[in-house]
Design a protein around this ligand. Structure first.
Ligand SMILES: NC(=O)c1ccc[n+]([C@@H]2O[C@H](COP(=O)([O-])OP(=O)(O)OC[C@H]3O[C@@H](n4cnc5c(N)ncnc54)[C@H](OP(=O)(O)O)[C@@H]3O)[C@@H](O)[C@H]2O)c1
Length: 340
């Protein structure tokens, strides 16, 4: 049980445990959402396009999985598979989405979300939690440097398209679709908006945001950008999903950001924690002044009781996990100097 989340007495008070469905259960965030739900006593149905694939095996080893987790095959483009997955569920956590800038995958994110909302309504689901992204929030060149990034902010769609950030376009359109469909079909909707998500992986395969860190440690990334980004721990993202689900009054967006920093600071934390890796010290010279960190508000989630994990801890545990799973070479110990 996570220490900073109160037990929901509706879940485990002797009544039958609630059944909820998590789409994209085997992914980085999906796996932690499943783990958190199992720890809190829910019966969970997780969807994957190929549940029998060994990349989903870690789910069956989670605490409580034997008694309360089932996996089922569903593709977000196949409405019949979604209806079967949502049958009998009180709630749906729609986490699945391609995490990619591939233009062919934008419709998967958007139509997939429309299908999920429609199937949820058809099957009598009461409440949906949708996983958006801060890519739908912060990409706006016209936002003033002093403005606080909060739930009212939206990225500039045309700017995202012109700069080839099609993933941001997809997440914006998917979130708008989820909101419109929820209103049309009478579904309760809460939206978690995570920033770049860090921390240990439950799954074996390397996801996009974990690779973001790995490529600095392997030395694949030779320079770092003059850019500021927002980060959050994957366990905080999972807790946020369950918190907004369990609070009946929770509606709309919840910005899930733990910290905002320049890439130089992220690099420095990695260098301090793991000096043996060849992390670059070279900033890309874009001719612009050093990008400034912007202000943000995570107050809505704090008001629900969420405490954010320090990024240093998330990064440390992410790297140790990637070493253990064979995604990073174990650092060669620095030889101790012989004393005369
Ligand atoms: N990681 C981050 O930094 C971050 C930040 C903000 C928001 N998010 C959002 O969080 C969610 C999960 O991301 P993640 O980082 O956990 O990525 P991930 O590990 O790549 O997981 C993505 C999941 O989406 C599923 N998926 C993709 N296409 C699908 C389709 N056509 N039908 C059904 N499922 C499909 C995949 O399932 P299969 O097993 O079937 O391939 C996979 O489980 C996404 O909505 C993403 O936009 C992530």
């Amino acid at each position: 049980m996570s220490s900073n989340v109160e037990v929901n007495n509706n879940v485990n008070n002797g009544e039958e445990q609630q059944l909820v469905c998590v789409t994209g259960a085997g992914g980085f965030i999906g796996s932690w959402v499943v783990k958190e739900l199992l720890l809190r006593g829910y019966r969970v149905r997780g969807t994957a396009r190929d549940p029998a694939d060994s990349k989903n095996a870690h789910l069956l080893a989670l605490e409580g999985a034997e008694e309360r987790l089932s996996l089922c095959r569903a593709d977000v483009l196949d409405v019949a598979s979604l209806r079967a997955a949502f049958s009998g569920c009180h709630g749906v956590f729609h986490v699945a989405s391609p995490v990619s800038n591939d233009p062919d995958l934008v419709p998967v994110a958007v139509e997939g979300t429309r299908n999920v909302m429609g199937a949820a309504a058809d099957m009598g689901v009461r409440r949906v939690v949708f996983t958006s992204s801060y890519g739908a929030v912060h990409m706006n060149p016209n936002r003033s440097a002093d403005a606080v990034l909060d739930e009212t902010c939206w990225s500039d769609y045309d700017f995202c398209k012109e700069t080839d950030n099609l993933y941001c376009c997809a997440k914006m359109m998917a979130e708008i679709t989820a909101t419109e469909e929820a209103a049309k079909r009478g579904l309760e909707l809460a939206v978690v908006v995570p920033s770049m998500t860090m921390g240990p992986m439950l799954q074996q395969t390397l996801n996009f945001s974990s690779n973001h860190v790995a490529r600095y440690l392997t030395g694949t990334k030779k320079t770092y950008p003059n850019a500021v980004a927002a980060y959050v721990d994957v366990r905080d993202v999972a807790r946020a999903h369950v918190l907004v689900y369990e609070r009946p009054e929770a509606r709309g967006r919840y910005l899930c950001i733990g910290t905002v920093m320049h890439r130089a600071q992220l690099i420095q934390i990695l260098k301090d924690l793991f000096p043996q890796y060849p992390v670059t010290a070279k900033c890309e010279d874009d001719g612009k002044p050093t990008a400034k960190a912007y202000k943000f508000s995570n107050q809505k989630l704090k008001d629900l009781g969420l405490e954010f994990t320090p990024l240093k801890k998330s990064l440390y545990e992410a790297v140790i996990c990637m070493q253990q799973k064979g995604h990073l070479p174990l650092p060669v110990p620095v030889p101790r100097r012989a004393y005369l």
